[in-house]
Each structure stands twice: as C-alpha cells, then as structure tokens.
Design a protein around this ligand. Structure first.
Ligand SMILES: *[C@@H]1O[C@H](CO)[C@@H](O)[C@H](O)[C@H]1NC(C)=O
Ligand SMILES: *[C@@H]1O[C@H](CO)[C@@H](O)[C@H](O)[C@H]1NC(C)=O
Ligand SMILES: *[C@@H]1O[C@H](CO)[C@@H](O)[C@H](O)[C@H]1NC(C)=O
Ligand SMILES: *[C@@H]1O[C@H](CO)[C@@H](O)[C@H](O)[C@H]1NC(C)=O
Length: 197
C-alpha cells in the first residue's frame, strides 16, 4: 500500500508537471498569440512561422519570453514582423489584453499608423505590468499622445522615427514615465511640465 501510494504520488507529480511546465503557457495566452499573429500578417503576411496552432509549447515560440515559474508571457519582441508592402495599418490593441503579466512590448518598425478606434493607449494602460513600450519606426501621428493618458506603469516609451509634428504637450500624459524617446520626428516645441525630456 505504502509503495503504491509512493508510485501514485510520483505519477501524479509527473503528470501535473507535464500538464504545466513543459507546456509553459496558458491556453488563453496561446490563443491570443495566434490571434495576434493573424492580425500582424493580415491579409497575406508570413511572419512568425513558429507560432503554430498544433504546438502547445508557446513559451518556446520565437519573439516570446515567459516567466518560467508562472508560464505567463512577460515580453513580446515583435520587431519588423509586418510586411512593409502592405502599407500603413491600424493595430487592435485589445489583442494584448490577455497578457496580464506583460512587462515589455516591442512593435518597432511595423508601419503602424495608429490604434483601432484610437483606443490603444486606453487598452494598453490596462496592462498594469507594462513598463517598456517600443513603438519606434512606425507611422504614429500626434493622436498617439492623447491615447496614452492614464498609463500608470510605463517607464520607458520609444516613439522615435514616427510622424509626430509641431507642438507636443506632454503635461497630462504618462505620469510614471522615466524616459521618452522622440528623435526622428518633426517636433518644433516640447512642453513637459515635469521636466522630463
Ligand atoms: C499581398 O497582398 C498585397 C495587398 O493586397 C498585394 O499587393 C501583394 O501582392 C500580396 N502578396 C502576396 C505574396 O500574395
Ligand atoms: C515570475 O513570476 C513570479 C510570480 O509572480 C515572480 O515572483 C518572479 O519575480 C517572476 N520572475 C521573473 C524573472 O520575472
Ligand atoms: C523594417 O521592416 C521591414 C519589413 O519587415 C524590413 O524589410 C526592413 O529591413 C526593416 N528595417 C530595418 C531598418 O530593419
Ligand atoms: C479587437 O480585438 C478584440 C479582441 O480580440 C475584439 O473583441 C474586437 O472586436 C476587435 N476590434 C475590432 C474593431 O476589430
């Protein structure tokens, strides 16, 4: 009986480890990643070939970092994944909401002109662990800033090489921000009451 219990315990532990660690990601996040891939590739791109439905090990997919103990996605490095020939487009920021542990999101060089329904900042600000956001080398205009109100976690924001222009008033935005990159735009005047640059 004692031996049986031991064997049984080992079996249960093995099975539960297999059900959790080797998969290394939540089903909800895996589905969200597949939706994100579809959106980035729409209508006929071919990026992120390792993100495939049949593979449950999504923490091993390219461009993704998970927390090894929680198995949740903490970083997404989606640089240059959008086929440039498809032109400027609007990204649906709600696609990122399932990633509640997300700390770093990089969308550098993807021809993004804005957020669907201009809700990007609002949606992303609901990711309370998001500290680093790289939107550099895209096609964002000044309206990106008004959509960035209410961020409480963001520390580092890259908006360099976009289409910001004229007068930029940062006063009400980005309260937690420590560093903001704005080079490569066409900005004449920057008002930043907190003294950040
Ligand atoms: C993808 O779609 C774009 C826009 O509709 C088109 O210009 C391009 O030729 C397509 N590329 C391929 C490989 O089908
Ligand atoms: C992983 O998540 C745990 C639990 O939330 C946290 O304590 C730990 O610091 C995280 N590890 C990393 C490397 O972020
Ligand atoms: C930007 O992305 C496009 C499309 O993926 C790629 O061809 C190009 O080399 C990238 N630009 C840079 C500077 O890496
Ligand atoms: C944006 O994505 C969310 C979540 O997948 C979806 O419910 C919503 O309909 C999408 N919005 C648009 C305008 O496509």
């Amino acid at each position: 009986m004692g031996l049986f219990l031991q064997v049984f315990t080992v079996l249960v532990i093995t099975v539960s480890l297999q059900g959790w660690l080797p998969l290394g990601c939540l089903e909800e996040e895996r589905i969200a990643l597949l939706h994100l891939k579809d959106s980035l590739n729409y209508p006929n791109g071919t990026s992120l070939p390792s993100w495939i439905k049949a593979d449950a090990h999504c923490c091993d997919w390219e461009s993704i970092v998970c927390n090894s103990s929680t198995g949740r996605v903490t970083r997404l490095y989606l640089d240059s994944v959008r086929n440039q020939e498809l032109g400027d487009w609007y990204l649906n920021a709600s696609l990122f909401l399932p990633f509640q542990q997300l700390n770093t999101l990089s969308l550098w060089n993807n021809s993004i002109a804005g957020w669907v329904e201009n809700k990007g900042g609002y949606e992303l600000s609901r990711l309370s662990n998001l500290e680093i956001l790289d939107l550099g080398s895209n096609s964002f205009d000044n309206s990106i800033l008004s959509s960035m109100k209410g961020f409480s976690s963001l520390k580092l924001l890259y908006l360099d090489y976009n289409r910001l222009e004229g007068l930029i008033d940062l006063e009400e935005y980005l309260s937690s921000l420590e560093t903001l990159y704005l080079g490569g735009n066409n900005i004449n005047k920057l008002i930043a009451s907190r003294g950040n640059s």
